[in-house]
Write a protein that binds this ligand. Structure first.
Ligand code: C5P
Length: 220
């Protein structure tokens, strides 16, 4: 079973996708972590977020591994645990600029399709999974929530990790990221025509997971 989950920032995609993958005993591929890892590596190496050629080289050579665990997935980059680092507010503010570059996307999409083809099923989340990466996915979900709800979820997550900024800053970053993701020319964020729209503003994670698992069982 191939499941594509797309949607704007902070809609709860990764939490939900991870839980659905556990329930169905299939791997979870967090494509946002791949764009974040390229951004984090570029910052560390002093590569400009506007330097498409060098960013694409980073994307091509990205040595990324996802290791599932009881507390969620750990992301390793060249053997280094970058799970927290790639979710910093600094990376969050720059990642959508990196993700606008067509060459970067081509390299990462190639790897995402390869990872999916090596498994008998996956849950993959991102922005272009149902519309581009896995166009033939068995189940497509477009997960969203109001901007304020999504910003609040992201703010709470950052605060738990020691963030000292304000909710207003996070709201602005999330709104800017959505705008970049929706307006870019290379596979912009869109709901696939055949995706099921789920607005999670008033739903709990458990409720969303149950709905998606039920849909998967129905389609099987
Ligand atoms: O999912 P997450 O919020 O971690 O994604 C970070 C950023 O990576 C998104 O805002 C978007 O710019 C980019 N992205 C993308 N395509 C994907 C996954 C993520 O452009 N499939």
């Amino acid at each position: 079973m191939y499941i594509a989950i797309d949607g704007p920032a902070g809609a709860g995609k990764s939490t939900v996708a991870q839980r659905v993958a556990n329930r169905l005993s299939i791997p979870y591929i967090d494509t946002g972590a791949m764009y974040r890892s390229v951004t984090w590596n570029a910052l560390r190496m002093g590569i400009s977020i506007h330097d498409e050629i060098h960013l694409a080289q980073l994307a091509e050579s990205l040595d990324i591994h996802f290791i599932p665990g009881a507390q969620g997935q750990t992301v390793y980059l060249g053997g280094e645990d970058v799970t927290q680092a790639i979710r910093s507010s600094e990376v969050g503010a720059l990642v959508s600029t990196v993700a606008m570059h067509r060459l970067v996307r081509e390299k990462l999409v190639e790897r995402q399709r390869k990872m999916a083809s090596e498994a008998t099923g996956v849950v993959m989340d991102g922005r272009d999974i149902g519309t581009h990466v896995l166009k033939d996915a068995d189940v497509k979900i477009y997960l969203t929530a109001s901007l304020e709800t999504r910003a609040k979820r992201r703010y709470d997550e950052l605060v738990r990790e020691g963030y000292k900024g304000t909710y207003a800053d996070v709201l602005e970053t999330v709104a800017k990221r959505d705008e970049n993701d929706e307006q870019r020319t290379a596979s912009p964020l869109r709901k696939a025509q055949d995706a099921v729209l789920l607005d999670t503003t008033t739903l709990s994670v458990d409720e969303v997971v149950e709905m998606i698992v039920a849909l998967c069982e129905y389609r099987q």
